[in-house]
Design a protein around this ligand. Structure first.
Ligand SMILES: Cc1cc2nc3c(=O)[nH]c(=O)nc-3n(C[C@H](O)[C@H](O)[C@H](O)COP(=O)(O)O)c2cc1C
Length: 400
């Protein structure tokens, strides 16, 4: 599935809050998703960020005033409202929130909003006391009951020095939520288990055996499944990645812990997608203290870890089971063997190189299906690989 905002008309509203600088990055991310973005700024927003940055990134004129001269005789706020597929206001000041809640139309952004019929997503951001004041709370409740989506601010240290709720979420998180609101809910209510990341097998208290898996592929699958309405549990080894929104995350360390966490969830899952790079071997013994650099050679004896995917495959019943295979050679042969041996419906294979595999944002995959067919895909963002995989899962016979 292509990004839900690709070729869609998105209007980004920017009002005069300290977090206006973050909307530049949000615009960049939307352009990266190939959305067609138009920007409306309030006059006060111009005190914080210049229009030129938005114009250069969106390659469109920015609208800041109702009565600005335009080249043709169009009525811009009405035309843009008619053509919009979604509107996102980030940051949304207490002022614009109040105006939208009460139907006030005294500048370009507030007047435009009254004419809009598509989904409107509002991202409040302000000082904690402002955010918690009764009038702002009342206005936000009103916006929600009017059918607008509100992305609540995060808690943290604010520019004004106070710590509390009011901070605009990071642009990546706002984009994630926007995609979620706009995605078709074709996995609604499905119980989906995803594994991600590496595992760490201890040699001694300060050393371990692991691999460079970043967890990005599994986190992308979990995000995509949540966006499409799934109830997602993500079991992940150590990664730097933040928890995806609305996903239950279980963090584990070793292959053994990963196995326990997965087996606990198998019964309750309808779709299992195993992207984790679980260690195949673990040191047979772990030294109680740090091993000292004394001998010229050190021999580590490793023993096989449990084959989680194979065991899940044996208990598969009518579940959909998907595995991943990162190989350095003979992809077709190894992936095909794994597909059969582990009783999988789909295996997603990739050859590890610089643009594909561990730690990268992109992946170049081939999907092998249990009927013996395969699909070779061009290099794609991991988010796109995730959505494409979910499309294929939905079309597996008798799956859903
Ligand atoms: C330095 C500074 C930072 C501000 N930051 C915020 C903010 O983060 N959120 C907010 O609601 N208002 C903030 N304000 C107040 C708004 O700019 C003010 O309420 C303004 O009328 C909003 O206009 P607009 O909604 O038309 O953009 C800030 C004001 C100043 C001077």
């Amino acid at each position: 599935m292509k990004s839900v905002v690709k070729n869609k008309n998105i209007v980004l509203g920017v009002s005069g809050g300290i977090a206006a600088y973050k909307s530049v990055e949000l615009l960049r991310l939307l352009i990266k998703e190939e959305a067609n973005v138009r920007v409306i700024m309030t006059n006060n927003a111009l005190e914080f960020v210049g229009r030129l940055t938005f114009e250069a990134l969106s390659r469109q004129p920015v609208c800041t005033g109702l009565f600005e001269k335009v080249d043709d005789a169009s009525i811009r706020h009405i035309d843009w409202a008619n053509e919009a597929d979604a509107v996102i206001i980030a940051p949304a000041t207490a002022n614009i929130i109040g105006k939208i809640a009460w139907g006030i139309a005294d500048d370009a952004l507030s007047t435009f909003i009254l004419a809009v019929t598509c989904p409107v997503i509002i991202c409040p951001s302000m000082n904690t006391n402002m955010y918690e004041t009764k009038s702002v709370r009342r206005n936000l409740d009103r916006l929600k009951s009017d059918g607008h989506f509100v992305i609540e601010p995060e808690s943290g240290e604010l520019a004004c020095g106070i710590t509390g709720p009011g901070r605009l979420p990071e642009p990546e998180d706002i984009l994630d939520r926007l995609l979620s609101y706009l995605s078709p809910k074709d996995m609604k209510g499905k119980r989906i288990l995803v594994t991600a990341g590496p595992t760490r097998e201890s040699i001694d208290p300060v050393r371990f055996i692991s691999n460079p898996s970043s967890g990005k592929m599994g986190f992308a699958v979990a995000r995509a499944a949540e966006q499409r309405g799934g109830n997602v549990i993500l079991i992940t080894g150590p990664t730097e990645l933040p928890d995806p929104h609305n996903v239950m995350v279980v963090r584990v360390g070793t292959a053994r812990e990963m196995a326990f966490a997965v087996f606990e969830q198998v019964e309750n899952s309808e779709i299992i997608i195993k992207t984790a790079a679980v260690s195949d071997y673990s040191p047979k013994e772990q030294a109680g203290q740090k091993i000292k650099k004394e001998k010229d050679e050190l021999v580590l004896v490793l023993e096989k870890t449990r084959d989680i995917l194979k065991e899940v495959g044996m208990r598969k019943e009518d579940r959909i089971l998907v595995g991943f295979a990162a190989e350095t050679e003979n992809l077709e042969q190894y992936a095909g063997k794994k597909l059969v041996e582990k009783n999988l419906d789909i295996i997603v294979g990739n050859l590890v190189d610089r643009s594909s595999g561990f730690g990268t944002d992109t992946n170049k995959v081939t999907m092998f299906y249990k009927d013996g067919t395969k699909e070779v895909f061009p290099e794609m963002q991991k988010d796109d690989v995730a959505h494409t995989l979910l499309d294929r899962i939905l079309s597996v016979d008798g799956a859903l």
